[in-house]
Design a protein around this ligand. Structure first.
Ligand code: NAD
Length: 499
């Protein structure tokens, strides 16, 4: 069986802690590799290497740093098939979806080619007599990121590309479920010209995460994953004096107004609800049709579409709509939540419980489920299921529908399907959720905007990618200068003011 490594100081390094996690191919349910789980000592070695390498990297001018990003984009394109295959093998998502995972990361790398422009400072000439004032955006030093299993290419790139373009060193602690692609990305960054020690991958679990949070040299921590862990990392990281941004879980509602094109809405819901087996933080997991007549029409259109979904292994290429979920534990959790939905009185109108795939009986496949007549108090509504389960909650009015989304504890994404501009505009203005789609079911902003939810889907101030990333990975220093010709004789004893 393959034994994976860490990637430290430009080399694959075996784990020394003696602890490992199993990495599965979820389509066949078999262990394909084991990944080392770092001790604090191993993490500390990576930090020492990063700390030694970072000042020289910060001194490389931003244009040259951007050229590494340009070359990295080329290499990502050249290696797209290889990356997608490795990603699908450990995650389970389809090959086209895996290529999309790489592509949405690549687009943030492209954005980071603008580093010279983004890092320009500010200058005030003659701020006082003979005084000039300028502000610089300087890198933080050694930064770190902790990433989830569901986007093993995109989310690491969302973090390390801006961090590195800004002149920082970055230590990535990827998910232990699918660690191969992050290791490949680190190799490709070095092939693109990145000096050793600037991007390192330390595989691990809570022990490595705690070592990151406790290390004095690490200046910032980015996290994407579930809300309880986001909350923990945010609290501990902030109390240790670090700059921290944490992105958590979601329960994304799509509101379907009576005037919506019902075929378009149903198509959007199957893609957004069941794509990637529902393992997306921007998946739509709650459909909220407004009015019983709308609900009846929607459900009638949804049932055949959900029943026709093709579930299979990534090796089937484009012939499958979604693959297995990531682990046997994830599958068991989804099945448990489906049972609570039935027990608590929701109507299971498409029942995927008996789904079996011939030849893949040990794979972690979950059939598509569709609930109707769910209510606010049910577990399937309150909890992030992270599986191919779409829950319908019927609302009688638009106010009731928007109220549902507003009252939910999560606030990552949401969508409204309508032909009415006024309603769409009102929805976009009032909703307390970070990313809003109008007739767009998964409104993930492009690289040059920023990504982030509200409420319990986020802890911290700045979003991911876009201009916020350049703020998160730099700090401002402001210099006030005066040369001898501007200096008055004698001491000044009161605070200088501009009268
Ligand atoms: P997770 O929280 O289990 O794991 C995320 C990371 O935290 C992993 O690297 C893991 O090793 C580490 N971790 C796990 N337990 C830990 C602990 N007790 N202490 C310290 N670190 C720990 O999340 P996941 O299952 O990998 O990913 C799915 C979750 O991520 C979902 O909730 C999904 O909504 C969320 N997600 C959110 C966004 C977003 O941008 N808001 C994007 C993608 C995924």
């Amino acid at each position: 069986m393959q034994e994976l490594t860490h990637y430290i100081n430009g080399a694959h390094v075996k784990g020394t802690s003696g602890r490992f996690a199993d990495v599965y191919n979820p389509a066949i349910g078999e262990i394909v590799a084991r990944v080392p789980l770092a001790s604090a000592d191993e993490l500390n070695q990576a930090v020492a290497t990063a700390s030694a390498a970072q000042p020289a990297w910060a001194a490389v001018n931003p244009q040259r740093r951007a050229r590494v990003m340009m070359k990295f984009v080329d290499l990502l394109n050249q290696n797209m098939d290889k990356l997608a295959e490795a990603l699908s093998r450990e995650h389970g998502k389809t090959l086209p979806d895996a290529a999309g995972d790489v592509q949405r990361g690549l687009e943030v790398v492209e954005y980071c080619i603008a580093a010279p422009q983004m890092l320009k400072g500010e200058f005030t000439d003659s701020a006082g007599p003979g005084i000039d004032m300028y502000s610089m955006k300087q890198p933080l030093g050694v930064t770190a990121g902790i990433t989830p299993f569901n986007f093993p290419a995109m989310i690491p790139m969302w973090m390390f590309a801006p961090a590195i373009a800004c002149g920082n060193a970055f230590i990535l602690k990827p998910s232990e479920r699918d660690p191969s692609v992050p290791l490949m990305l680190a190799e490709l960054m070095e092939e693109a010209g990145l000096p050793k020690g600037i991007l390192q991958v330390v595989n691990g679990d809570k022990e490595a995460v705690d070592a990151i949070l406790d290390h004095d040299v690490i200046q910032s921590v980015g996290f994407v994953g579930s809300t309880p862990i986001a909350e923990y990392i945010y609290g501990k990281g902030c109390s240790n004096g670090k700059r921290v941004q944490c992105f958590g879980g979601a329960k994304n509602h799509m509101i379907i107004m009576p005037d919506a094109d019902m075929d378009q809405a149903a198509d959007a819901l199957v893609g957004a609800g069941y794509g990637a087996a529902g393992e997306r933080c921007m998946a739509i997991s709650v459909a909220v049709p407004v009015g019983d007549e709308t609900a009846d029409r929607l459900i009638e259109k949804l049932i055949p579409r959900v029943e026709a979904l093709k579930v299979g292994p990534y090796t089937a290429g484009k012939d499958v709509d979604y693959g297995p979920v990531v682990t046997a534990a994830a599958k068991a959790n989804i099945e448990r939540l489906v049972q609570t939905g039935i027990d608590q009185g929701a109507k299971l109108v498409v029942d995927g419980r008996d789904f079996k795939l011939q030849g893949y009986e040990d794979g972690f496949f979950v059939g598509a489920h569709l609930f109707d007549h769910a209510t606010k108090d049910m577990d399937i509504y309150k909890t992030e299921i992270f599986g191919p389960v779409l829950t319908t909650v019927r609302a009688q009015t638009y106010e009731e529908a928007i109220g549902l989304a507003m009252d939910h504890e999560y606030g990552n994404g949401t969508a409204i399907f309508t032909r009415d501009g006024d309603t769409a505009r009102d929805f976009a203005n009032r909703i307390n959720i970070g990313m809003v789609g109008i007739n767009v079911p998964i409104p993930v902003p492009l690289a040059y905007h920023t990504f982030g939810g509200w409420k319990k889907s986020v802890f911290g101030d700045l979003n991911q990618h876009g201009p916020d990333a350049f703020k998160f990975y730099t700090r401002t220093k402001t210099v006030t200068s005066r040369w001898p010709s501007g200096i008055k004789e004698g001491g000044e004893f009161s605070i200088p003011v501009m009268e």
